[in-house]
Design a protein around this ligand. Structure first.
Ligand code: AHR
Length: 614
């Protein structure tokens, strides 16, 4: 096979091409990138009616020493449920409390990762008719090993009182829990109990190591917060941005009925905008358009949803003295966020009211914010849209061989009309397992096709991005984690090969082969750190044989340097190989010096591999 690259001619790839899609699925946010350690911090997860279930909170002590219940006495209007603890034992007298006291504990999201030397901020609201002496402790999962502890001693908490405690861990345990215990008789109410590490990504509450995985692939945009999470199974359970902003204590939280778990919505609309800014990625806000999986608002009554979207745009972009801009400013961000893209719903194109509703949103948003780009759910690659849009969503979950063959999917798509946003793609099913090399290589072939068609495809993102291994709602995912460990699947690593593509120049790359298993592309890109321009050639071999590839690069400038060129290969001995917590680096890119780099060279391409020559 022969690949002839012409380095002197090419066309620009959009700055936006490769980004990420974050959905609150698989506990990606709550118990994932949001660093809150307490699960169900406001005791609302069991519902707004009492008595309610307080899980995963549990009780320390037996019925002779305390009773625990919920009531609606909280000082927070939108989340009235509070926990009431009636302590019957004491440190003296006839009913002596057990050693260590009685109380409640929270195991977090399948264990809290507490690390020696790190500092944790515990915030809680407390009320009692008498004086209190409560120990706040981080302990092992059985409560026997105390990693950090402090006492709250107060003589007057007759009104709800906010209390903050800093705890420095004296040991490490990835399965820790937070305990609130006492040995003093009386009635105590607790509400909004939070525990966060002080050290979070840019100090904004995000779990550092997981966000650093995102930094590494340099996403140009973040589509958020879903997915089906935006729609809800029923409208009443859909994500609504106004319920997710303001002081965290006041947020009601909600039960996401598609992925079937409660979120306290500490990771809300503001935090998504903040994360986008922190990563230097363009925010793409997907909002509910009055349609869920099972119910819909008729177009004649959709205007409150339209107003909600307009208010959301004012929250993100309005002046700090505007109605909603001032709420953003009060949250610590007086400057507007750079929100320029919105999607009207998710996968709703074929719903009864979609077009009618969509047009209401489109007209109102374009009138108020003419520069905002609007994304339709209807796939404009297979037919001409019957409504105006700047972009259309294209979602594809399929087998490996099919996705690989879709490297040509956009070759013949009409070049007029809206641009394509491949907002969800992945190999799924048995080819993918929980993240195979085979799936990743098919995706790499598909992405090379998108690069080549980036005059019509302007954005693309893999889905889903994250999975907490304790709650796999969807397989596979790009990044797998638990309380203390994480790794990228091969599909994650493929995305790193494409991180220089956005904003690069796509070169003419003529691949001469009679094999349908080989695809290749070439780009030049400018490194903002050293100002130099680099050549990058990517080749996917989706077949099971070695390929001897002659590579010729024409049109290199006189000052071009080939020494120091590298070769990076993603492959493994078995195409179904996956990474895991025990072997996180089984299928990762392998970087080596490209020996004898020349403008004409012969490269042996490994079977089932993605190779990059830089
Ligand atoms: O990515 C998982 C789900 O797949 C998304 O929520 C939805 O948009 C699609 O069906």
């Amino acid at each position: 096979a022969k690949l002839i690259v012409n380095a002197s001619s090419g066309r620009p790839i959009p700055e936006t091409l490769f980004g990420i899609f974050f959905e609150e699925i698989n506990h990606a946010g709550a118990g994932g990138i949001w660093a809150e350690l307490v699960s169900n911090r406001g005791f609302e997860a069991g519902g707004q009616n009492t008595p309610s279930n307080i899980a995963p909170w549990s009780i320390i002590g037996d019925q002779s020493s305390l009773t625990v219940s919920t009531d609606r006495s909280s000082c927070f209007e939108r989340n009235k449920v509070a926990l009431r603890m009636h302590v019957l034992c004491d440190s003296e007298g006839s009913n002596i409390c057990p050693a260590g006291g009685v109380g409640i504990y929270n195991p977090g999201f399948w264990g809290m990762n507490i690390e020696q030397g790190k500092i944790y901020m515990v915030v809680l609201y407390v009320r009692s008719l008498g004086s209190i002496n409560v120990s706040v402790s981080l302990t092992s999962s059985d409560g026997l090993q105390i990693l950090a502890t402090a006492n709250i001693v107060d003589s007057d908490v007759s009104n709800w009182t906010k209390t903050e405690v800093l705890l420095e861990a004296k040991g490490t345990n990835p399965k820790s829990r937070l305990q609130l215990t006492t040995s003093r008789k009386g009635v105590i109410w607790f509400d909004q109990v939070s525990a966060m590490p002080l050290d979070t990504y840019k100090g904004h509450g995000f779990q550092k190591e997981l966000i650093e995985m995102l930094e590494e692939i340099k996403p140009q945009f973040i589509r958020f917060p879903g997915g089906c999470f935006v729609e809800g199974e029923w409208l009443r359970n859909a994500f609504r941005w106004k319920e997710s902003i303001g002081p965290w204590e006041e947020r009601p939280g909600h039960f996401g009925d598609v992925w079937m778990y409660w979120t306290d919505d500490g990771l809300g609309y503001f935090e998504f905008l903040q994360l986008s800014e922190d990563l230097g990625a363009r925010p793409i806000w997907v909002f509910n358009n009055g349609i869920s999986h099972r119910d819909e608002v008729d177009t004649t009554t959709v205007s409150p949803f339209v107003q909600e979207a307009l208010d959301g745009l004012e929250f993100a972009r309005g002046a700090s003295d505007s109605k909603w801009g001032s709420v953003r400013a009060a949250m610590g961000h007086p400057e507007p966020f750079d929100l320029k893209y919105v999607a009207v719903g998710n996968e709703d194109c074929w719903k009864k009211n979609y077009r009618g509703n969509y047009l209401k949103f489109y007209d109102a948003i374009k009138r108020a914010y003419p520069d905002i780009k609007i994304i339709s759910n209807c796939d404009g690659s297979s037919y001409f849209l019957d409504h105006p849009a700047d972009y259309y969503d294209f979602h594809i979950y399929t087998s490996a061989s099919h996705l690989f063959s879709m490297t040509h999917q956009f070759d013949h798509t009409s070049r007029s009309g809206p641009k394509a946003f491949v907002s969800e793609y992945a190999v799924t099913g048995k080819d993918a397992g929980t993240g195979s090399l085979l799936a990743a290589l098919a995706e790499a072939g598909f992405l090379i096709g998108l690069e080549k068609n980036s005059d019509i495809v302007e954005m693309a993102s893999y889905a889903p991005l994250f999975v907490n291994d304790n709650d796999r709602r969807w397989n596979p995912d790009a990044i797998v984690f638990n309380s203390s460990m994480h790794y990228g699947t091969p599909s994650y690593w493929v995305q790193k090969f494409f991180r220089e593509s956005s904003g690069a120049t796509l070169l003419d790359a003529n691949l001469q082969t009679n094999s349908s298993s080989l695809v290749a592309s070439a780009i030049t890109w400018t490194n903002s750190v050293d100002g130099e321009t680099y050549l990058k050639i990517k080749i996917v071999n989706f077949g099971n044989r070695h390929v001897s590839l002659e590579v010729s690069v024409d049109g290199l400038g006189l000052n071009s340097q080939l020494s120091g060129s590298t070769k990076t290969v993603l492959t493994s001995s078995n195409v179904m190989d996956e990474n895991s917590f025990t072997d996180p680096n089984k299928v990762v890119p392998d970087l080596s010096l490209l020996e004898n780099a020349d403008k004409d060279m012969n490269i042996i391409i490994a079977p089932y591999s993605l190779t990059s020559l830089d």
